[in-house]
Design a protein around this ligand. Structure first.
Ligand SMILES: [Zn+2]
Length: 263
């Protein structure tokens, strides 16, 4: 799910089009600044939306830009915790965890402490910010050389009130704790912790072929995780691919990318 926020337009907001026809100019029929809408489809710079909050029509079409000026911007809901400077992470993390989680260095194959670790209970947390990411039950025996998981936890919204959580971002809908973005260097889908943006590894779609119950295989550096014995009763979801798909679409539209990225 991609969310957009209205940032431009006239003082009375954006004119909404219904079924390609300009139907209104009245203030109450415009999307007001700050309104948040959910993307239904995006065709040629025009967005069909469903409103999530704010003033204006519940659904319709709007343009993303007018004369080069941006009218809507994507509302990336991650990372939620952004330190003032990168030195925070250098102080907070060990050098080997920092290398993996902030510099995105992959730990050597068959070196991770959780690779062949299959506890019956408990869960795995982000090694940088302690967000619960994976249950022990979702761990896969893929023997791929790294720890692997089929599903991630839903974002534990109790954390939204914790110190360091971003303010001003309203909780909207079910959000997986792991998000994917394009890895333009090595290819594929890089996965990150939604709360802190820390690098976890990559997600591949070969889970079924490797004996799993779902297509996704989250291939995760053990250094990005901390195991704790506490059992958590949280819903489990596929990772959030909305940013990955938006990046591919935007780069396809501006011509900087034209291919299949499914490794
Ligand atoms: Zn984290």
């Amino acid at each position: 799910m991609v969310l957009w926020r209205v940032v431009g337009g006239t003082s009375s907001g954006l004119v909404v089009r219904e079924q390609l026809l300009l139907t209104s100019a009245a203030k109450e029929q415009r999307l007001q600044h700050g309104a948040v809408v959910e993307e239904v489809t995006l065709i040629g710079g025009r967005l069909q939306y469903r409103k999530r909050r704010g003033q204006g029509p519940d659904c319709g079409w709007v343009s993303l830009q007018l004369k080069g000026k941006r009218l809507l911007e994507t509302l990336d809901q991650w990372p939620l915790f952004v330190p003032d400077d990168e030195e925070y992470w250098q102080r907070h993390l060990t050098s080997e965890v920092y290398e993996v989680m902030r510099e995105k260095v992959t730990e050597p194959r068959n070196s991770g402490k959780y690779m062949n670790f299959y506890p019956e209970r408990g869960h795995f947390r982000c090694a940088a910010c302690e967000t619960p990411l994976y249950s022990s039950q979702s761990k896969m025996k893929t023997h791929c050389g790294w720890a692997a998981f089929a599903r991630c936890f839903i974002m534990d919204d109790r954390r939204q009130t914790s110190p360091g959580a971003a303010v001003g971002i309203e909780w909207i809908g079910d959000r997986p704790s792991v998000v994917a973005q394009v890895d333009w260097i090595s290819g594929g889908r890089e996965i990150l912790c939604r709360h802190c943006g820390g690098h976890l590894g990559h997600v591949f779609m070969d889970g079924l072929a490797l004996g799993g119950a779902v297509p996704e295989r989250h291939c995760v550096n053990s250094l990005s995780l901390n195991y704790v014995e506490e059992a958590l009763d949280l819903q489990e979801l596929p990772c959030d691919l909305s940013t990955f798909h938006r990046q591919l679409r935007e780069h396809s539209e501006d011509g900087s990318y034209s291919g299949v990225m499914d490794r």
